[in-house]
Design a binder for this molecule. Structure first.
Ligand code: GSH
Length: 210
């Protein structure tokens, strides 16, 4: 059995945040397939045995089960000594962006992508609202990434891996990233060029939605 086991499915950008970290750190890890569309994460058994929050990803390591991608990334930075903070001030800066990511940068985009790109709802008041919120949050990151190569400095950290989780999927969302957010586009390419990086469909092969 691999040292790290990640409960995940291919479409989960939140899980891909952790998969990227494991790949880029050269960790010995394996995906544990989560058939998300069956509703398994809503069952009492899964919540008892895997995670009470009923969300992917969940990381198993040394008898522990960790959830919340930000906490998992922080844990992995500690045990692998990769992509962590160089001092206390940078640690706070990393957490500032991970919290922003979880509240706005990833969450609005993941909902927009799910509704517009995967469920194919067409345009609705909800998708219009979400796209506006995405553009506002991405604008904040665009300004930062126009000035520096990575979110918390000149080298990649777990803040980048958190924020990049949804940037390698191709569903239509009504946002043209390359044109509207060129600094984010270049940043996503810089992360994908790091040694060991694999796309979601290679890192987490099985689809949880089909
Ligand atoms: N803040 C959480 C979000 C996790 C999350 O929302 N995961 C989705 C899959 S990508 C999920 O399991 N959703 C189930 C639900 O909302 O009921 C994290 O970063 O781990």
């Amino acid at each position: 059995m691999a040292e790290f086991r990640l409960h995940c499915f291919r479409e989960s950008g939140n899980a891909f945040k952790v998969a990227m970290m494991l790949d880029l750190s050269g960790a010995d890890w394996e995906p544990v397939f989560l058939p998300f569309a069956t509703g398994v994460t809503r069952t009492a058994q899964w919540r008892d045995e895997i995670s009470d929050m009923g969300e992917a990803p969940v990381l198993e390591h040394r008898g522990q089960r960790l959830s919340q991608s930000g906490v998992i990334l922080d844990y992995l930075a500690e045990v692998t000594d990769r992509f962590g903070a160089k001092d206390a001030a940078q640690r706070r800066e990393i957490w500032r962006w991970i919290l922003f990511d979880n509240h706005k940068f990833t969450s609005y985009f993941s909902m927009l992508r799910f509704q517009y790109g995967i469920q194919k709802t067409g345009e609705t008041p909800v998708t219009e609202f979400l796209r506006g919120r995405v553009r506002a949050a991405w604008g904040v990151a665009e300004a930062r990434l126009s000035r520096q190569a990575f979110i918390a400095g000149d080298a990649p950290t777990i803040a980048d891996l958190s924020m990049a989780g949804y940037h390698y999927y191709r569903e239509e969302t009504g946002i043209d990233r390359a044109t509207e957010f060129p600094a984010i586009e270049r940043w996503a390419a810089r992360i994908a060029a790091l040694p060991g990086w694999r796309p979601p469909e290679m890192a987490m092969a099985q689809s949880g939605l089909s």
